[in-house]
Design a protein around this ligand. Structure first.
Ligand code: GLC
Length: 439
């Protein structure tokens, strides 16, 4: 996957000029949902297939929805709800589950797109992949479909679907993490990360996602951004990672493990490992996404807990990272019209409310946050919406996966004790610059 950038983009276009059917603007394919192609500049994304909103009307056939492991159960609910409603029209959808690790989900989708396989008509794409997938020419330009619905979305969420002034994806769920705490031991969340850690040290520890994968990039950047750090320059050309603020944030996390505020095992934890440790009372605090709220409340053996927005970094401020998943339609789908019908259903008030009320997944649209059933199931709905509105995006770049890998590999090595904070930040900085140079 490495180093695919300008060279690969050019190759794709050369193949097309040679008369091959490729991802570089071919619009002749099947399915009747293709619509036109866009024509302005900007790599593969300039010649992308453009979705025709009318193609979903009367669409028929079978489609596949690909998503990471359905831990919360929302994908099964989506497929079930859709099939009930659309079977009589002649469309059925099925679910293919990819692994829980975001990087592995991406790898599964990339593999299929490189093989021009239409297996995933719709893919639940992490918000960080829009730029890459669009610039590779793998996904439909969804602008004409989203245009009329723009005001339904939380603006920051819609931003994650936008690249080069076009909208490539349809936001489904958003995400912003919270601090979870056991109410028998903690009455109120301390005001700073420093105090959260020291209270954790006294009362039973804090768990988070410290394994070498995308989750650690999020966990680290939440603290680094709060400390005043950054990743790349505003023009996206240079790394700004090697800063005293980032070193300070990493040193803080390393000290947390060294002092026993966080167990050593966090360097192997993803979301579910953290959740299990927290619910089993092996930690008194946890950093996790909102899905863990409904999951924890459904587990009757879980120790009692509540959630709170993030504290501030001492001497810095507060920061959260914007997560979430957007539906993208593959340019290799044989049935983009039916695929669009599924995406459209995922935005229906019934499904958007179900996401929040049944699975504590943050809707991408604004209205459900005011719905009484959501407010009942999610008492922190107003704080959640605010956290999403204020969260910072991860760097937007077609080489984002390499940037993130540079961060999580080196941060993980430092947390595991095999590198100093300075060396880890410096090495990640070099690798980020190398990744940026390939594009
Ligand atoms: C959540 C977020 C996603 C993030 C991932 C990291 O699924 O929604 O944006 O990349 O966690 O593990």
């Amino acid at each position: 996957m490495r180093g695919r950038g300008k060279a690969a983009v050019l190759l794709g276009c050369v193949a097309l000029m040679g008369g091959l059917v490729g991802a570089c603007g071919d619009d002749s394919d099947s399915g009747g949902g293709g619509g036109s192609t866009s024509s302005d500049s900007g790599g593969e994304s300039a010649n992308a297939k453009v979705i025709d909103p009318a193609s979903m009307d009367g669409a028929k056939g079978e489609i596949t929805y690909c998503q990471g492991k359905d831990t919360a159960g929302n994908a099964k609910a989506l497929i079930e709800g859709f099939n009930q409603k659309f079977q009589s029209q002649g469309i059925t959808a099925k679910l293919v589950e990819f692994p829980a690790d975001a990087g592995q989900q991406r790898a599964q989708f990339v593999q299929r797109q490189e093989a021009k396989s239409g297996e995933c008509d719709v893919f639940s794409s992490d918000v960080i992949w829009t730029a890459e997938f669009a610039s590779q020419g793998w996904i439909y330009d969804m602008t004409p479909y989203v245009e009329s619905k723009k005001s339904d979305f939380i603006p920051a969420v819609l931003e994650t679907a936008t690249y080069n002034d076009k909208i490539w994806a349809v936001p489904n769920t958003s995400d912003a993490a919270f601090i979870y705490y056991h109410t028998d031991k903690v009455k109120e969340i301390p005001a700073t990360w420093q105090d959260v850690y020291s209270e954790a040290g006294q009362k039973g520890g804090i768990v988070y996602q410290g394994a070498a994968y995308e989750g650690l990039t999020c966990d680290f950047l939440e603290i680094a951004f709060a400390a005043g750090g950054s990743v790349i320059s505003d023009d996206g050309k240079k790394s700004t990672f090697n800063s005293p603020e980032n070193v300070k944030a990493l040193q803080f996390m390393m000290d947390g493990i060294k002092n026993g505020d966080a167990p050593k095992a966090v360097v192997t934890y993803m979301e579910e490992e953290s959740r299990r440790a927290f619910e089993a009372n092996r930690a008194v605090f946890m950093r996790n996404w909102p899905y863990a709220y409904a999951a924890g409340k459904k587990n009757k053996d879980a120790a009692k807990f509540e959630v709170a927005p993030f504290p501030a970094f001492e001497g810095g401020g507060k920061a959260g990272i914007l997560g979430g998943h957007n539906d993208v339609i593959s340019v290799y789908s044989k049935n983009p019209g039916a695929a669009l019908a599924l995406v459209d259903y995922s935005l229906s008030p019934e499904h958007q409310i179900e996401l929040a009320a049944d699975f504590s997944l943050p809707p991408a649209t604004s209205a459900p946050y005011d719905d009484p059933s959501v407010q009942k199931a999610l008492p922190f709905a107003p704080e959640l919406k605010q956290a999403i509105e204020q969260a910072k995006a991860r760097p937007v770049s077609p080489v984002y996966p390499q940037i993130s890998e540079a961060i999580y590999t080196n941060v993980n090595a430092a947390l595991a004790g095999s590198m100093s904070a300075e060396d880890a930040i410096k090495k990640a900085d070099d690798q980020i610059n190398q990744a940026l140079a390939t594009f």
